[in-house]
Design a protein around this ligand. Structure first.
Ligand SMILES: Cc1cc2nc3c(=O)[nH]c(=O)nc-3n(C[C@H](O)[C@H](O)[C@H](O)COP(=O)(O)OP(=O)(O)OC[C@H]3O[C@@H](n4cnc5c(N)ncnc54)[C@H](O)[C@@H]3O)c2cc1C
Length: 467
C-alpha cells in the first residue's frame, strides 16, 4: 500500500506571527507525540476545521478516542492569522445553489447562521472569550465596477424568504465606518468580528477539557494507509482506525487532492492602537467591513483601536509549495498600507506594527469539499474554505462527524461531499504560469476600476479567467 507523503508547514518565527497570536502570546501547550500510540480517530491539523471536527464527534460518540496532531501549535495556521470577519454563507448562496441545489444551499446557509449564534453562546457563557462583537458585516462598493456585487445573493435570499441583508447608503456607511470611500452596500446584521487566535486557542482548550488528546509540534510526515493507518511524525507513530486530514492549504501536497486545490496568499497589517482618531471619525463598533474588489479588502477595528486591514494578494507558489513568504512577505504589507491610507487618510501617521500573510485553500467553485480518499475509505479530508471559515468550519465539523461516524443524514448527503462535481485545475507548470498572468490582469483591473476607469478588453478577458 503506497505511503502518503505530507508537506508540513514552514513554522513562522515568533516575530513573523500574526498580531492576534503575538498579542496573546499563543504557543504550544501540549507535548509532541513521542513513541507509539493509538486511538480511534487521528486528526491532522489543529485549526478550526480539525478542532470543530474533534468536538462534534466527541459530542456524538463520547467513547471515541481522538488524537489531534498539529505541526506547530493550534491556531498557528490560517485560524490564528485571519481577518476575524464573521459572516454566514448567505453571501454565497448563489454559488452554493449552483453547486448543490436550492434546498441544500438554504440548509447550509442557515447552518452557518446557526454557527454564528453558537459562537455567540460560547462567548456569552464564558466558554470561549473570543472578543466576539456581533455588530454586523458591511459588504460595500468603493467604485462603480463593484456596485451590485451582492445583488445575486441578496435577491436569492429574498426569493427564499430569508431577509438577511439590509441596503446601505453612503451616509449609513460613513456613520458606521468613518470612511466615505465606500458609498453603497448591504449589511448582514447577525455577523461581526472576533479575535481569531483567541477562538482557536479557546477551541483547543475546549477540546482538551473534553478528553481529546492533542500533540502540538508534531508534523505528520507520512501516512501509511491500511485497516489501521499509521501516521509518522519525527518523534513517534500514531495508529488509528480513521484519519481526518484537516490541514488546510497544506493538503495540496496530496496528489489526489492537488488537482482540486490551489493556494493563494492573503496579507494583513495591524496598526498601533489609535482609538482617539477612530472615535473622531466615528468608527467605533466591531463590524466587519469589506469592499467588492476581486482582491477583496477586509477590515475591522479591535476594541482597543488597532486597525486590521487585509487584502488578497493573489500571490501563488509554484506547485503549491507554501514557503516562508506565506508567513510574512518582504514588503512590510506595502500594498495594504497604501489601501488603508486610501480608505482612511486620517491614519497616515499611525504606525503599522505588524504584517503577516497566510495561505488560502481555494477550489474552482469557491466552496469547500469533504470526503474520503478514493482508495482509502477510512482517510477523510476537509478542505477549500476559500478564505471564509469562521462560521463555516463549525458546519464542516458536522459534515465530517457524519462521514466519520458513517451516518446517513443531511450532512453526509449534502452536496459539498465528494469531488465528483468539482472542477480539476490545470497541472503545473500551466497552473502557475496561468495564475501569474491572471493575477497581473486582476491587479491592473482593480487599480483602474478603483479610479472608475474601465480596463481594456484584454485585461477584462484575462481577469475573468480566474476560477
Ligand atoms: C490571511 C487570511 C485571512 C482570512 N480571513 C478570514 C476572515 O476574515 N473570516 C473568515 O471567516 N475566514 C478567514 N480566513 C479563512 C479562515 O482562516 C480559514 O478558512 C480557517 O482558518 C480554516 O481552518 P483550517 O483548520 O482548515 O485551517 P488552519 O487553521 O490552517 O489549520 C490547519 C492546520 O494544519 C496544520 N498542518 C498542516 N500540515 C500538517 C501536517 N503535515 N501535520 C500536522 N499538522 C499539519 C497547520 O499547522 C495548521 O495549524 C482567512 C484566512 C487567511 C489565511
Amino acid at each position: 500500500m503506497s505511503t502518503i507523503t505530507m508537506r508540513p508547514p514552514v513554522a513562522a518565527p515568533k516575530g513573523d506571527r500574526s498580531f492576534w497570536l503575538q498579542s496573546i502570546a499563543a504557543d504550544a501547550v501540549t507535548p509532541p507525540l513521542q513513541g507509539s500510540a493509538d486511538c480511534d480517530l487521528a486528526i491532522v491539523g489543529g485549526g478550526y476545521a480539525g478542532l470543530w471536527t474533534a468536538l462534534r464527534i466527541k459530542e456524538q460518540a463520547p467513547e471515541m478516542r481522538i488524537t489531534v496532531l498539529e505541526a506547530d501549535f493550534c491556531g498557528s495556521g490560517a485560524s490564528g492569522r485571519n481577518g476575524g470577519q464573521v459572516h454566514s454563507w448567505f453571501a454565497e448562496i448563489d454559488i452554493l445553489k449552483a453547486l448543490v441545489g436550492e434546498d441544500n444551499a438554504l440548509m447550509l446557509c442557515r447552518a452557518t447562521a446557526d454557527s454564528i449564534e453558537e459562537l455567540g453562546y460560547l462567548q456569552a457563557s464564558g466558554t470561549i472569550d473570543m472578543d466576539l462583537r456581533l455588530d454586523g458585516w458591511l459588504w460595500t462598493a468603493s467604485s462603480t465596477a463593484q456596485e451590485g456585487a451582492w445583488t445575486a445573493a441578496t435577491e436569492l435570499c429574498r426569493a427564499f424568504g430569508e431577509d438577511r441583508f439590509r441596503a446601505l447608503r453612503r451616509d449609513d456607511i460613513l456613520r458606521r465606518t468613518g470612511s466615505g470611500v465606500s458609498y453603497i452596500g448591504v449589511l448582514e446584521e447577525r455577523a461581526g468580528t472576533v479575535q481569531p487566535a483567541k477562538l482557536a486557542v479557546g477551541l483547543r482548550n475546549l477540546a482538551l477539557s473534553h478528553g481529546i488528546v492533542i500533540h502540538e509540534r508534531s508534523p505528520v510526515l507520512e501516512i501509511t494507509p491500511g485497516p489501521r493507518p499509521h501516521l509518522r511524525t519525527a518523534g513517534g507513530t500514531l495508529s488509528a482506525s480513521n484519519v481526518v486530514l484537516a490541514a488546510n492549504a497544506w493538503l495540496s501536497a496530496i496528489p489526489e487532492l492537488h488537482p482540486y486545490l490551489y493556494v493563494v496568499s492573503s496579507q494583513i497589517i495591524a496598526t498601533a492602537p489609535a482609538p482617539d482618531i477612530l472615535a473622531r471619525i466615528g468608527w467605533t463598533d466591531g463590524a466587519s467591513i469589506c469592499d467588492a474588489q476581486q482582491h477583496v479588502l477586509y477590515y475591522q477595528r479591535t476594541p482597543e483601536g488597532t486597525v486590521i486591514f487585509g487584502r488578497g494578494t493573489g500571490g501563488i507558489a509554484y506547485n503549491d509549495r507554501i514557503d516562508a513568504r506565506f508567513n510574512r512577505g518582504s514588503d512590510g504589507g506595502a500594498d495594504n498600507v497604501r489601501e488603508m491610507q486610501r480608505v482612511y487618510p486620517e491614519l497616515k501617521d499611525v504606525p503599522v506594527l505588524y504584517d503577516w500573510s497566510g495561505p488560502i485553500d481555494c477550489t474552482a467553485q469557491h466552496l469547500p469539499v469533504f470526503g474520503h480518499l478514493k482508495d482509502h475509505a477510512n482517510i477523510f479530508y476537509a478542505m477549500g474554505f476559500n478564505g471564509t471559515g469562521i462560521a463555516q468550519t463549525p458546519v464542516a465539523g458536522r459534515i465530517m462527524a457524519s462521514l466519520v461516524l458513517g451516518r446517513d443524514d443531511i450532512w453526509s448527503r449534502c452536496g459539498l461531499v465528494g469531488l465528483g462535481t468539482r472542477t480539476r485545475l490545470p497541472p503545473e507548470p500551466l497552473r502557475y504560469l496561468g495564475a501569474r498572468v491572471v493575477r497581473h490582469a486582476i491587479r491592473r483591473k482593480n487599480d483602474l476600476e478603483i479610479l472608475n476607469r474601465r480596463p481594456g478588453p484584454l485585461t477584462r478577458f484575462v481577469a475573468a479567467l480566474a476560477p
